[in-house]
Design a protein around this ligand. Structure first.
Ligand code: BEZ
Length: 199
């Protein structure tokens, strides 16, 4: 189901006393920020794990055939590596609209490689949102991503983009890399043109 969290997010005014704020990116923001930023630094947050468990009805799929994109799920003690962007407040409103399909703003501490820490924002689609898909067998998720396409392009580009940046950053994310391998294997196994599997 398509949801719209933009109004809720606008009500979540945060860090209003600061000229700029840190935003943690772990999905599309890794390979395509799409907004101006003052600074970008690799960072890690604790207590969350990246999972391709969120439905995308508006970017990498359609309402009829939603794609599968990244969100974060709670996982005590886990660490999720990504990219932190220092942004001005004006960036948030368009981002709320771009990521309105279930993502809510949360505040989180983020750790930088030099040992410093900052409080910042992260967008998370929790399992209570209507577009949440949840876990599925690896092969099913991989085939789903290989087949899906939406207004922002093929779902596969999203997965490959996330995996490529994590590789560049030297981050091991077994979920992402297993999904990437499974999707490439599924594709190599024979897909005919418009997303149909060869007999
Ligand atoms: C991210 O890449 O951090 C992100 C993913 C989905 C919605 C907003 C941000």
């Amino acid at each position: 189901m398509v949801v719209d969290t933009s109004a809720v997010n606008r009500g979540r005014a945060v860090f209003a006393d600061r000229d700029s704020l840190w935003l943690f990116g772990y999905g599309s923001l890794l390979y395509k920020a799409g907004f101006p930023y003052l600074e970008a630094r690799p960072a890690t947050i604790t207590g969350w794990t990246r999972r391709f468990w969120q439905g995308s009805h508006d970017h990498r799929g359609t309402p009829e055939a939603p794609g599968r994109v990244a969100t974060l799920v709670e996982d005590a003690g886990a660490r999720c590596a990504g990219m932190a962007y220092r942004i001005t407040h004006e960036v948030l409103e368009p981002l709320d609209i771009r990521e309105k399909n279930g993502y809510l703003r949360f505040t989180t501490p983020m750790d930088f490689h030099d040992g410093t820490m900052e409080q910042g924002l992260v967008y998370i689609a929790t399992e209570s949102n209507a577009a949440f898909l949840g876990a599925a067998p690896l092969g099913d998720m991989a085939a789903h991503i290989a087949r899906s396409i939406g207004p922002s392009g093929p779902n596969r580009e999203y997965l490959l983009g996330v995996a490529a940046v994590l590789r560049e950053l030297g981050v091991d994310d077994p979920h992402v890399f297993a999904l990437e391998d499974a999707m490439l294997a599924w594709e190599a196994d024979g897909v005919t043109g418009a997303g149909e599997r060869a007999g």
